[in-house]
Design a protein around this ligand. Structure first.
Ligand code: PMP
Length: 426
């Protein structure tokens, strides 16, 4: 046994390999490290000991640190404990899970809601359950990593269509001749802040008789009437087969949910591996999300403030010369291009009291490194104005002229590396 293990170590990743690969990442400007934050994810935090304006958290509505949400989580810990113990199929559904599912289904005007451990698990769980070998999944090239991984796990062929390009998608659907399983798209693209053409997607899905799966991770709480999301904003709530939403962003907690009809929900309970084989979300997180959902319904003005703040930040950045025309939401990317330069701007902005993390490959395509700015409803206009000035200054200090980068929608023509598997055509 011991000899076998030693042999495996020699052929696997050695300690030297690990060091070498980390060094390589450093040289490429792609090394990642975590920064220390003190206190909750509010509009201002202490970052590695320095007070800064936080401009890259997905706590969009300021609910993660809301007193009522904290109290609900604390009460739930006292009533039901901290952990759910097991998968719900093993040790049972707790009342708090069922209650949140009922409220979410009501809020989203959906047949059923089903909780998952996280948005990542929900996406891989839905796609791998609804598509399989011999079928084709159609996926936008800027979809979140969890959708990409769901496609891989499904073992279906994946056709990656150009970002929001409905002609490209239509062409692929045509060629798939009946093998299509589903189209998957983010509603609000997480690194770009633009919105998918949902009406056209619904039409194409219908015409070609494939399901449409929409990830509203950055839509719910941020867009549409009462923060119901981009699908509601487009009036399509009865037209999308499966909607994935997270509890970890605008709803200020952790976990996720899927809304769909009751038959599909029963199918997911039986066939979706992350639902079956992973522990149910912890009661404090579920109760916290429930309280956040109540607050969202009671105070829809939070959503309006978020939209307003998004527009303010875009205007102020444009005044500094940045091209932010690709974004229409609370997510505003400053596309820089070079990874090292994006990191330098990030560090210089932190020195001046504003934090927005630089996002580099493989999260975004080669040559499109950026600062991903995310607004909260709890930021003030003055804070956003000052932040825009800081980014303008930091960019110049790093040798980048604001406006020299392209908005991502335009940059996509020049930088689109794809894996062979992702390229697999219909
Ligand atoms: N989908 C999108 C579009 C996301 O941006 C994210 C998280 N960044 C996820 C899914 C995953 O959600 P979670 O963080 O709950 O795992």
């Amino acid at each position: 046994m011991a000899g076998g293990a030693a042999a495996r170590r020699r052929t696997g990743l050695t300690v030297e390999d690990v060091h070498e690969r980390l060094e390589e990442l450093r040289e490429l400007g792609l090394y990642r490290r975590m920064r220390m934050v003190s206190g909750p994810q509010g509009p201002r935090v202490v970052l590695d000991g320095k007070p800064v304006l936080l401009l890259c958290s997905n706590n969009y509505l300021g609910l993660a640190d809301h007193p009522r949400v904290r109290e609900a989580a604390a009460d739930a810990a006292m009533r039901w404990g901290v952990g759910a113990g097991a998968s719900r199929l093993v040790s049972g559904t707790m009342r708090v899970h069922r209650k949140l599912e009922e409220r979410l289904a009501e809020f989203k005007h959906a047949g059923t809601a089903l909780l998952y451990g996280s948005g990542y698990l929900a996406n891989i769980g839905v796609i791998s359950a609804l598509a399989g070998k011999g079928e084709v999944v159609f996926s936008d090239e800027l979809n979140h990593a969890s959708i990409i991984d769901g496609c891989r796990l499904s073992r279906a062929e994946t056709f990656v269509y150009r970002h929001n390009d409905m002609d490209h998608l239509a062409w692929a659907l045509e060629r798939a001749s009946g093998r299509g399983a589903l189209i998957a798209t983010d509603s609000v693209f997480s690194m770009d802040g633009d919105v998918a053409p949902l009406t056209e997607l619904v039409e194409l899905a219908r015409r070609h008789r494939v399901r449409l799966v929409v990830d509203e991770a950055h839509g719910v709480g941020c867009l549409g009437p009462g923060g119901r999301g981009a699908i509601h904003e487009a009036g399509l709530e009865r037209e999308v087969d499966v909607v994935v939403g997270t509890l970890g962003k605008a709803l200020g907690s952790y976990g996720a949910y899927v809304t769909c009809d009751a038959d599909l929900a029963r199918f997911l309970v039986n066939r979706s591996r992350p639902f079956i084989f992973s522990t149910a979300p912890p009661p404090p997180a579920v109760a916290g999300a429930l309280a956040a959902l109540e607050l969202l319904c009671e105070e829809p003005r939070r959503v309006e403030r978020l939209e307003h703040n998004g527009a303010t930040l875009r205007d102020e950045l444009a005044r500094e010369g940045f091209d932010v025309s690709a974004s229409t939401t609370q997510i505003v990317p400053l596309v820089i291009g070079d990874a090292g330069q994006a990191m330098e701007i990030c560090e210089r902005a932190i020195e001046q009291g504003v934090f927005a993390q630089a996002i580099r490959p493989p999260t975004v395509a080669e040559g499109t490194s950026r600062l991903r700015l995310a607004v909260m409803a709890t930021h003030t206009k003055e804070e956003l104005r000052e932040a825009a000035r800081v980014f303008g200054r930091a960019a110049l200090q790093a040798g980048f002229r604001p406006g020299a980068g392209e908005p991502v929608a335009a940059a996509r023509e020049t930088a689109r590396p794809r894996s062979a598997r992702q390229r697999a055509a219909a």
